[in-house]
Ligand binder design. Structure first.
Ligand code: URP
Ligand code: ZN
Length: 462
């Protein structure tokens, strides 16, 4: 099957120039001035930017959170939402049961996703406890294409690690040359504050951020960096939300540490005022870490512009207010945490980043696609417009406008934290391995089109 995309502005992490792209059998076959080239299908990209499809390396589809609750979007609907927003690859998580072998859990998670996903997907392995067989299980997971290992320094009673366990995971990763990703919040103080607030009758949503102030993240970021640096492990900090955390990461990078930073649209564009109001107005904003004051968003935008933030991901993990978040109506500690963003991410960064003059289209590509491909071992198969790369391509119309909201979103969540936001720029076409997956807002790809991505980390990672 051959297609050609003509007359667009081709954007990579380093260049933006007019040109055409030939797609043959799911791969990019030629790039440049192809005006004399023909193909079975011709797409006119005049007035559009042509970029690598988005990669969202932090999503939680069908995430079990206990009591039979799963996050609102499953693999089929979540990947449909991803494509609708211009994202052609996602990385979800394997969260083993206590005592469950990592590879058994990986196979089980693949069985949930394979044949359901509409776009390509990879899996990170969460390590929820230490045992002596973990290094061997990590090696087998890496062989199966999952060489990145998620650790939680919060959620101590469920899936979190204590420092002794975290150190062992870092050391095993350093020896195996894997990547450790870390959710950095000090779990013990969160548990302590939650218990005290609830005992004092402070059970409304406004107490959620008060259990997790900026210092709780900043301490954990600093600790994780120090431990990873000591052991020589590569570290990726997920969903960074604080100015102090960014400062600590920037200092370690300047000193040469292998360290990567991710943030999410909600930390850039929303703030802690969202927690003031009734349960039905505020529950949708419960995520961890929580929204912060505007000084933190400002610092993160500066970090984005200065290259200190590597990746804009989403941590997509919404729960409906009705029937899910309302489990915590009388006690905020029982609210399942997480918010949406998988379909809004690119539009939000274009609107508030590129269209506002904060970043260039090249930096947009780096933040939404190429950097994640490099860090997580998918480059140059993904995140690239080079000959031989998968033809995962976004034809982006900068003039299209979107008004976000629950009534129009693909997500099955009954609410949206992006309600009322207006975006400029949207996908005109999205190609996934050469197949037209989205046309003018309509998702054409079918369940099962997506493949599992066997990732292999580059030497030195990124
Ligand atoms: O609140 C959040 N972020 N929920 C998803 C799970 C996690 O902590 O990443
Ligand atoms: Zn997450």
């Amino acid at each position: 099957m051959t297609s050609i995309i003509k007359n667009g502005i081709l954007v990579t992490e380093t260049h933006a120039q007019h040109g055409d792209i030939l797609l043959v059998d799911g791969k990019i076959a030629a790039v440049g001035d192809l005006r004399n080239e023909s193909a079975e299908t011709v797409y006119d990209a005049r007035g559009c930017y042509v970029m690598p499809g988005g990669i969202d390396p932090h999503v939680h589809l069908s995430l079990p959170v206990g009591g039979g609750l799963l996050s609102a979007d499953d693999f089929e609907n979540g990947t449909r939402a991803a494509l609708a927003g211009g994202t052609t690859s996602v990385i979800d998580f394997v969260t083993p049961e206590h005592g469950q072998d990592l590879v058994t859990a990986l196979r089980a998670r693949r069985a949930e996703a394979d044949h359901h996903v509409l776009c390509d997907y990879g899996l990170h392995m969460s390590i929820v406890e230490w045992r002596d067989s973990i290094p061997e299980e990590m090696a087998r997971s890496a062989e199966l294409g999952a060489p990145s290992f998620k650790t939680y320094l919060a959620y101590k009673k469920a899936i979190g690690l204590d420092d002794a366990e975290f150190v062992r995971v870092l050391d095993a990763a350093a020896r195996g040359r894997y990547l450790v990703t870390a959710h950095c919040e000090h779990g013990d103080i969160i548990d302590y504050l939650q218990k005290n607030f609830v005992e004092e009758g402070k059970t409304a949503v406004r107490w959620h951020p008060r259990c997790r102030p900026a210092a709780v993240e900043e301490e954990a970021v600093t600790r994780a960096i120090a431990l990873a640096g000591t052991l020589g492990a590569s570290l990726y900090i997920v969903h960074l939300s604080t100015a102090g955390g960014l400062e600590a990461a920037a200092a370690a990078r300047a000193a040469g540490q292998a360290l990567y930073v991710e943030t999410c649209p909600h930390y850039l564009l929303l703030n802690e005022d969202a927690y003031e109001g009734s349960f039905d107005e505020t529950a949708r904003y419960t995520m961890s870490p929580p929204l912060r004051g505007p000084e933190h968003s400002r610092a993160l935008w500066e970090g984005i512009a200065a290259g200190l933030v590597d990746v804009l991901a989403t941590d997509h993990c919404p729960f409906c207010t009705s029937g899910q978040k309302d489990r915590g109506r009388e006690d905020f500690t029982r609210i399942p945490n997480g918010v949406s963003g998988i379909e809004e991410r690119l539009k939000l960064l274009w609107t508030f980043g590129v269209a506002r003059g904060r970043i260039t289209p090249q930096r947009f590509v780096e933040l939404t696609s190429t950097r994640a491909a490099r860090i997580f071992g998918m480059y140059p198969q993904k995140g690239s417009l080079a000959v031989g790369s998968d033809a995962d391509i976004l034809v982006w119309d900068p003039a299209q406008r979107t008004r976000f909201g629950a009534s129009t979103q693909v997500s099955r969540c009954d609410e949206s934290i992006w309600e009322g936001f207006e975006g400029v720029g949207a996908p005109r076409f999205v190609f996934s391995r050469g197949t037209e997956a989205v046309r003018e807002g309509q998702v054409m790809a079918e369940a099962g089109h997506g493949h599992y991505l066997e990732r292999r980390l580059l030497e030195g990672h990124a």
